[in-house]
Write a protein that binds this ligand. Structure first.
Ligand code: TPP
Ligand code: MG
Length: 655
């Protein structure tokens, strides 16, 4: 490497070691190891405009190895983004610094996705690459023509999700996805020899990827590999052989550089080794201006793109699409009116399909899919033809049996912009997606999870397929809207609510079994309040029955029995506890009054329902695993029938 170019990379190294030292926490090794690769990428390949980090046609850069966050902060700063400033970097890992321990998409504009849970960054990038190809197919090369670059470490490639993600990318031939693997043969515990003997290149090749390798400290070799990657129609893996902690003379090449400051002595020695004489957090002017020049090229490309957009007949459509504003159209309204005219007795999964039929007809941004349960999740509509490697304009993705990969890819699509992704699997497999659902929520992304077969109501498949603790555990997740509609009208309302959430994901829990229609008016979206009184007590109110989904009709039957015995009972459909919790105290007190016995009914764990019933209320649910049997037998077995529930309430009332 010529001295100037090595020095450009050394700016990253210096910032990484100094920031980690100042914070007394963090990971200097990875940024120091990948500094040369990052410098080449930013200088000659990555398309970006630091003055407009959200320019839609920018390349996406994903630091999947999120522990190396200083690589992202250093490059963003050096490349001329307004943030992070050097002050921000000085405050690395401190409260209120945008330079958080791991890169957070909501902290810095230049951070495309939150990373840190290894493997997910790459899987998210696959979704970004899908989004790019799809929007390219819709809007053409003039408006959408960019690439997705990922930097990932040994850990990202070792995680199980890597298999799902690269399988999907290989199958869809996402040739604009380039993975720069920090092939340093070190993880926290030490050498990768401790835990793996995998031939990663062979695995990627077998999955349909193009594979290159290079000396990650030789710019010419890095460029050669990148050029080969760009020329190949397949997604590309570039194994960049690097030395972790490059430049720290006594610690480089060892896991000692991974997750701890190098220490003052080693940093002083590294400064000598690297020929870096500047004080901590000082970037010499010639190096700063060389880095700043990288961003100038992008500004010119951005200006050309602006001209193309201005002259494009698709301009207003493109801008509306990218704005993320979604308004259900006439088809949705007609569908709602039809539900009132002819209330159907359908499973909510079927009601969801019918709703989607109307929504996908009007809203081109909706891109659906399922993890191989299309016919069960009812996620495909006549408007959503398959998205394939031969036709990226499709709006339905056959994700295969890759629940986690699907969820992470949906995050990538949402983060990319221009797409509102939804995808289905069984609710019980929410656990397989959970770490990505968590990142949808943390990253404030509008992703819609269509999770069917939401209780023992699925019947014969038995306890492996019957969710028990899932609803409550998902409700425990911050910023995730969990909705469990009780009939076709509620299902449609929940879909409208999900699409209206611009900064949080939603999860629709839907039944396999048919449910009777309960709602007969659509003048107001009652689900928007989370919980609402579906039926008022006839006799003087003694009881409020709070139920969700399939158990709302059961609660109606229980209410009949209580009324027959002379006790008034309200029935509340608690579609979404999150939305209910957001209502004001007066509303909540009106729905759940202190002077009534509050009874919850949900065919899942009773854990947590005491939040609404209080300790003195009653909770009906299932606190064991389910069982394999026909549905009627199961509800009877678990005591979830009006005949079983009503007497217990009457006894509690003193009858
Ligand atoms: C899912 C997950 N598991 C564990 C960790 C903790 N962790 C952070 S970095 C790391 C080692 C990663 O090794 P590698 O990707 O090779 O990074 P390097 O040490 O080379 O920088 C581990 C286990 C994590 N962040 N995410
Ligand atoms: Mg490593």
């Amino acid at each position: 490497m010529t001295l100037p170019e090595r020095q450009l990379a050394n700016a990253i190294r210096a910032l990484a070691m100094d920031a980690v030292q100042a914070a007394n926490s963090g990971h200097p090794g990875m940024p120091m190891g990948m500094a040369d690769v990052a410098t080449v990428l930013y200088s000659d390949y990555l398309k970006f405009d630091p003055s407009d980090p959200k320019w839609p046609d920018r390349d996406r850069f994903v630091l999947s190895a999120g522990h190396g966050s200083m690589l992202a902060y250093a490059t963003l700063h050096l490349a001329g983004y307004a943030r992070p400033t050097l002050g921000d970097i000085r405050n690395f890992r401190q409260l209120n610094s945008p330079c958080a321990g791991h890169p957070e998409n909501f902290e810095l504009d230049g951070v495309e996705t939150t990373t840190g849970p290894l493997g997910q960054g790459l899987a998210t990038a696959v979704g970004m690459a899908i989004a790019e190809r799809h929007l390219n197919a819709v809007y053409g090369d003039d408006l959408v023509d960019h690439r997705t670059y990922v930097v990932a470490g040994d850990g990202c490639l070792m995680e199980g999700i890597n298999h799902e993600a690269i399988g999907l990318a290989g199958h869809l031939q996402l040739g604009r996805l380039t993975l720069l693997w920090d092939d340093n043969k070190i993880t926290i515990d030490g050498s990768t020899d401790l835990s793996t003997s995998e031939d990663i290149a062979a695995r990627y090749a077998a999955t349909g990827w193009h594979v290159e390798s290079c000396d990650g400290h030789d710019p010419a070799d890095i460029r050669r590999a990148l050029d080969a990657a760009l020329a190949d129609p397949r997604p590309s893996l570039i194994a960049c052989r690097t030395i972790i902690g490059f430049g720290a003379p006594n610690k480089q090449g060892t896991s000692a550089t991974h997750g701890a400051p190098l220490g003052a002595d080693e940093i002083a020695a590294a400064r000598i080794e690297l020929g870096w004489t500047a004080e901590p957090f000082v970037i010499p002017a010639d190096i700063a201006s060389a880095w700043a020049a990288f961003g100038e090229k992008g500004k010119a490309l951005h200006a050309e793109w602006n001209d193309r957009l201005a002259n494009s007949e698709k301009k207003s459509d493109f801008e509306a699409r990218l704005s993320g504003k979604i308004v259900p159209g006439d088809a949705f309204k007609a569908y709602l009116d039809g539900l009132v005219a002819e209330p159907p007795k359908v499973a909510t999964r079927k009601a969801s399909e019918n709703t989607l039929g109307a929504l996908t007809a009007d809203i081109a941004a909706l891109v659906g899919g399922s993890a191989d349960l299309t016919g069960s999740n009812n996620t495909k509509t006549s408007s959503t033809k398959p998205l394939t490697k031969d036709d990226y304009s499709g709006r339905y993705i056959y994700y295969g049996i890759r629940e986690f990969g699907m969820a992470a890819a949906m995050n990538g699509m949402a983060l990319h912009g221009g797409i509102v992704p939804y995808g289905g699997t069984f609710l019980v497999f929410a656990d397989y997606c959970r770490a990505a659902i968590r990142l949808s929520a943390l990253q404030q992304q509008r992703v819609v999870y269509v999770m069917t077969h939401d209780s023992i109501g699925l019947g014969e498949d038995g306890p492996t397929h019957q969710p028990i603790e899932h609803l409550q555990s998902l409700r425990a997740m911050p910023n995730l809207l969990v909705m469990r509609p009780a009939d076709a009208v509620e299902t449609a309302e929940c879909w409208a609510l999900a699409l209206a959430q611009e900064s949080r994901p939603s999860l629709l829990a839907l039944t396999r079994q048919n449910l009777p229609p309960l709602r007969h008016d659509v003048t107001e979206n009652l689900c928007a309040k989370g919980g609402y009184r579906l039926r008022d007590a006839a006799a003087a109110r003694k009881v409020v029955l709070v139920a969700t989904g399939s158990e709302v009709s059961l609660a109606m039957d229980v209410a009949d029995k209580l009324e027959d015995a002379g006790h008034g009972a309200d029935v509340v459909s608690m579609v979404s506890t999150e939305l209910f919790d957001e209502q004001d105290a007066a509303y909540q007190a009106d729905i759940l009054p202190d002077d009534a016995l509050i009874v919850s009914i949900e065919a899942g764990t009773t854990f947590g329902w005491e939040r609404y019933t209080g300790r003195h209320g009653l909770r009906f649910g299932i606190d064991s695993f389910g069982a394999s049997a026909p549905i009627e037998d199961l509800f009877k077995h678990f005591g979830l029938t009006a005949d079983a529930i009503a007497p217990q309430i009457l006894s509690k009332l003193g009858n």
